[in-house]
Design a protein around this ligand. Sequence first.
Ligand code: CP
Ligand code: NVA
Length: 302
Amino acid sequence: MAVRHFLTLLDLSPAELEALIARAIELKSMQRRGEIYEPLKNRVLGMIFEKSSTRTRVSFEAAMIQFGGGSIFLSPRDTQLGRGEPIEDSARVMSRMVDAVMIRTFGHDKVETFAKYSRVPVINALTDDHHPCQLLADIQAYVEHRGSIRGKTVAWIGDGNNMCNSFIHAAAQFDFHLNIACPAGFEPNGELLLTYRDRITLTHDPKAAVKGAHLVVTDVWASMGQEEEAEDRAAKFRDFQVSPALMDLAAKDALFMHCLPAHRGEEVSEDMLDDPRSVVWDEAENRLHAQKALLEFLLVSR
Ligand code: CP
Ligand code: NVA
């Protein structure tokens, strides 16, 4: 059977994604009950990190340990990939030794190239363009707190970045409407906006975007790799901070999410993460459970 990869949310069908979220919820309660479940005994996940991480690294490593397997952390400082060995060659070699490879890098084309030459499943753990693993955790958190997200309205406030692009894919795959409010010049990928125009309302007014929204989401104003733009962006994004007052304009039962790490006083007010509508800690925890469901899907069920 052909190897399946997870480079964007489009790599799984809506039905597969729905089943994966349900399975993540199940795996979470199994873990809560202290049930030992080791479907990946002796299996190995290679983890290539060309950008920093706390949640992604810890959740994938913990997932592999809890599943009875192991993982290998690879930073560009120590690998030949970091010294310029072609991605194609690295993929051919690594995929003969490990059972799956997780990659966090800059250009999305890098994960695509790796996947093309890999014998084993490749998981996108964040590129400049997409962060699909985070969306699995986010949708799981929404379902746990409010039930199905189908037909709901989600408001994205801030930069049209990798997370925003993945939310556009999520709107299509999980069947919800996405209001996007970003400063002029910071819109998400134009092709995505065009392809999914029926699901998206684009505005430059955060208040208009959150009106009636069931879920409000934001992310940092300067992503990894954009550190030099941070000051300029801070000025341009000033009116795009999510606060309890902005949340008051959303639907009564609205939730707030942020993939983290967060910058209090910038994209979120000092008190936003501690507001009762915020589910950011559940969201972060779900990275573990959702990625366990993903690893099981890619390596066991098939
Ligand atoms: N949200 C997320 O991916 O966090 P890390 O950068 O800590 O992995
Ligand atoms: N947009 C952020 C997400 C971090 C998890 C970044 O790419 O840095």
